[in-house]
Ligand binder design. Structure first.
Ligand SMILES: Nc1ncnc2c1ncn2[C@@H]1O[C@H](COP(=O)(O)OP(=O)(O)OP(=O)(O)O)[C@@H](O)[C@H]1O
Ligand SMILES: [Mg+2]
Length: 275
């Protein structure tokens, strides 16, 4: 079966004056249904950029992104919004709840966009709020709740439309460690129930809670494998020293045109860059 998420040589470059920031640089990966994957890396490694592309909040500069078999990279804003609402559920570090709405109304928002009306909308919102243990708080507003409770509301909101992928960007970042563990426990439970979960984190101790780890460094993938593989915790430098990293994986790769131009100037060096 085709992968649910597929990156083919995805790049996201930003022009900053005279320089180009390669936030994501030739990343290829596949995530299948029912996987629980952590995308891990230090600050600036490209995690949020990957998450924004996976979540159809942004499109790559180059390369292809297929979500559930659909080519998303060339879509326009309104098409991306439709795909987002249909296929994806988001959980953010800062919860992103609407402060003036009750919990129930917050959870109903994605259903409104999906055109679900009246009782069906109400019942579904209640069902997911119950599943995260917040049925007694439905009339409360977010600021009346603890951080952990607010994150559970945002999990309920992420689930309400039966998304194919649950995307969580540093979901425990604003929580104390015990509450963070509870939230991770909910994500693990969702995975056991058959959901596909993609968790973004800078924290190895959180990443190991997933089934698989994709480690980013400087916009490149340096490790992609089981979370219990000892190599999953190593840096690109360590893996390179052990000969386990494909050459150049965490070094800036040259664009074909750039390499060709250099080849003309410096034939020997250029040849290397082309290989
Ligand atoms: N809109 C932008 N314009 C210019 N550069 C950007 C932009 N967004 C990200 N970058 C750069 O791209 C690189 C990757 O950023 P990204 O936000 O993906 O990192 P991250 O792994 O999520 O980091 P953090 O853990 O701090 O959230 C960084 O060098 C960042 O400065
Ligand atoms: Mg980030």
């Amino acid at each position: 079966m085709a992968a649910l998420i597929e990156f083919r040589d995805v790049c996201k470059y930003y022009e900053m004056g005279d320089t180009v920031v390669k936030a994501v640089d030739h990343v290829s990966m596949q995530i299948n249904r029912n996987e629980f994957v952590a995308i891990v890396g230090q600050s600036g490694s490209g995690k949020s950029t990957c998450m924004n592309i996976i979540g159809c909040l942004d499109v790559p500069t180059a390369g292809e992104y297929l979500l559930d078999g659909r080519e998303v990279s060339g879509m326009k804003r309104d098409e991306l919004a439709a795909v987002r609402n249909e296929l994806l559920g988001f959980i953010f570090q800062q919860y992103n709840l609407l402060p003036k709405l009750t919990l129930q109304e917050n959870v109903e928002v994605p259903l409104m966009y999906a055109g679900v009306k009246g009782k069906a909308r109400h019942d579904r919102a209640m069902e997911v709020l119950r599943s995260v243990g917040l049925e007694d708080y439905i009339k409360h507003r977010p600021n009346e709740l603890s951080g952990g409770q607010q994150q559970r509301v945002s999990i309920a909101r992420a689930l309400v439309n039966h998304p194919k992928v649950i995307l969580a960007d540093e979901p425990t970042g604003a929580l104390d460690s015990r509450t963070g563990r509870e939230v991770l426990g909910i994500l693990q439970q969702l995975h056991k129930e058959g959901n596909t979960v993609v968790l973004i984190t800078h924290d190895n101790s959180i990443a190991v809670q997933a089934e698989r780890i994709i480690r980013l460094e400087d916009g490149h993938v340096v490790f992609d494998g089981r979370a219990d593989d000892p190599d999953a915790m190593k840096t690109g430098d360590q893996l390179r020293a052990e000969g386990k990293l494909k050459a150049g994986a965490s070094e800036p790769q040259k664009e074909p045109e750039e390499a060709a131009a250099e080849a003309e100037k410096e034939p020997e060096k250029g040849k290397e860059a082309m290989q």
